[in-house]
Design a protein around this ligand. Structure first.
Ligand code: HAM
Length: 422
């Protein structure tokens, strides 16, 4: 039996990786424009990191992590997301001591969640994310959302919507939590087992339950916005004011709670509104996490960030019919006629590459006609043709395949001729 990729994973073949390269180039550029620097952390971490940050009662930690014991008996987990690792690295390397605050970081890499695969949901996916750690200013919340929107806009997406909510500070969340417990207690028996277990421990998680989402009690659940204390409400107002100043449209949705426990204050998602996008419309998600750095042993420093998967971004590009084209044609193709010319061809190809010229040659012993066809298929602008006679005279024929013009050029001067162009 042939071996295929594991369920929920996929191979990215060159016609897809070329799109990724275009996207990554634009995102790297955008990160520079917004002054974010790249961080790379390990793909696996100690399991405890995610239990403490993402939260013990979340779906991610309870059902979706790829956790294993290594040969030394340590419990390790393939990272399901990037924020926890960045926060761990921030604390571990005492980055809070550096003068550059807030610390603005970005990352791209594979994440792993054992979820039921469907369109837009895979078990290995690649997140691009940013984290701004060390500022509690509402201006940076707006910056992160602006960055998130710009990721899509810079690639040409139009049908996207920024959805915003506030989860408030500790005190507001506590008040909301109590209201949720009171609200759901009378219908506890009608809820799924997970919800019943979470009701006392973490009732906010009920609001993102995929099973009970249509239960009557969900629709009438107390809104967090009614429980924001004064400073939290004021903070939320200021975040919105910054967005207004930047003329970034958004809608407030008080049912947006996000599936991770570390969030405080601002929580947001970007949704696709493109027709035919499929059932999962969330493109990216993020928010503020004011207690996370301290929870991981660092000082009381706040942060905010967001992440999206490349897979969902590509879905959105497809849904909106955005083409990302990358020129993968070669500049030149070297055509050898006869056995001896093959050695000269290898030499010429090698020399041209050293001069940064994109070039290839035949490795299938094709006849001259076949080699010209290959040059054409690769989109070569020039063909360098070398046969026995040329070989004896130390020259080659350089032909512009677009115009048909042809020249005899000394072998050592081919690179110059192609660079200058004719
Ligand atoms: P998240 O909402 O769990 O947040 O994931 C963020 C994004 O990752 C989603 O909006 C989606 O684009 C993508 N994603 C998640 N799961 C899958 C999957 N199974 N298949 C394909 N794509 C997926 C976080 O991960 C937070 N760390 C975001 C954040 C950064 N918050 C603050 N800073």
């Amino acid at each position: 039996m042939n071996i295929h990729v594991p369920r929920g994973t996929e191979d990215l073949l060159p016609d897809v990786t070329k799109k990724w390269q275009v996207i990554e180039e634009k995102l790297n550029h955008l990160a520079q424009v917004y002054n974010y620097k790249e961080i790379r952390t390990p793909i696996f971490e100690r399991t405890e990191l995610f239990q403490r940050s993402v939260g013990d009662t979340t779906d991610i930690v309870q059902k979706e992590m790829y956790t294993f014991e290594d040969r030394g008996g340590r419990s390790l987990t393939l990272r399901p997301e990037g924020t926890a690792s960045v926060a761990r690295a921030y604390v571990q390397h005492k980055i809070h001591g550096s003068p550059e605050q807030p610390t603005k970081l970005y990352y791209v890499g594979p994440m792993f969640r054992y979820e039921r695969p469907q369109q837009g949901r895979t078990r290995q996916f690649t997140q691009f994310g940013i984290e701004a750690i060390g500022s509690a200013s509402p201006a940076i919340d707006a910056e992160v959302m602006a960055f998130a929107m710009e990721c899509y806009q810079t690639l040409g997406l139009k049908s996207i919507k920024l959805v915003l909510n506030s989860l408030g500070d500790q005190e507001s969340r506590e008040a909301h939590r109590n209201a949720l417990i009171e609200h759901f207690k009378p219908v506890k028996d009608e809820l799924c087992q997970d919800c019943q277990n979470r009701l006392e421990k973490n009732p906010l998680r009920l609001l993102d339950c995929k099973i009970d989402r249509d239960h009557e009690a969900m629709k009438t659940a107390p809104s967090i916005l009614d429980y924001l204390n004064e400073p939290s409400a004021e903070y939320f107002e200021q975040v919105k004011k910054h967005l207004d100043a930047m003329q970034i449209p958004y809608v407030v949705d008080d049912t947006l709670v996000r599936g991770l426990d570390y969030y405080t204050h601002t929580a947001f998602e970007i949704m696709s509104e493109a027709e035919g996008f499929g059932s999962i419309t969330t493109l990216s998600g993020g928010g503020r996490y004011n207690g996370l750095i301290e929870e991981l042993g660092g000082p009381d420093i706040s942060g905010i960030g967001f992440a999206f998967s490349m897979e969902r971004l590509l879905m959105a590009l497809d849904a909106e019919g955005v083409e990302l084209d990358k020129d993968e044609s070669v500049d030149c193709y070297v055509i050898a006629i006869g056995e001896e010319a093959k050695y000269a061809s290898s030499k010429i190809v090698y020399q041209l590459r050293k001069q940064n010229i994109k070039v290839d040659q035949d490795y299938l012993d094709k006849k001259v006609k076949g080699q010209f066809k290959a040059a054409d298929r690769l989109g070569a602008t020039y063909a360098v043709i070398i046969g026995e006679e040329e070989l004896n005279n130390g020259v080659a024929n350089v032909k512009n395949l677009k115009t048909g013009d042809q020249k005899s050029v000394e072998i050592e001067k081919i690179a110059d001729e192609i660079k200058t162009g004719f």
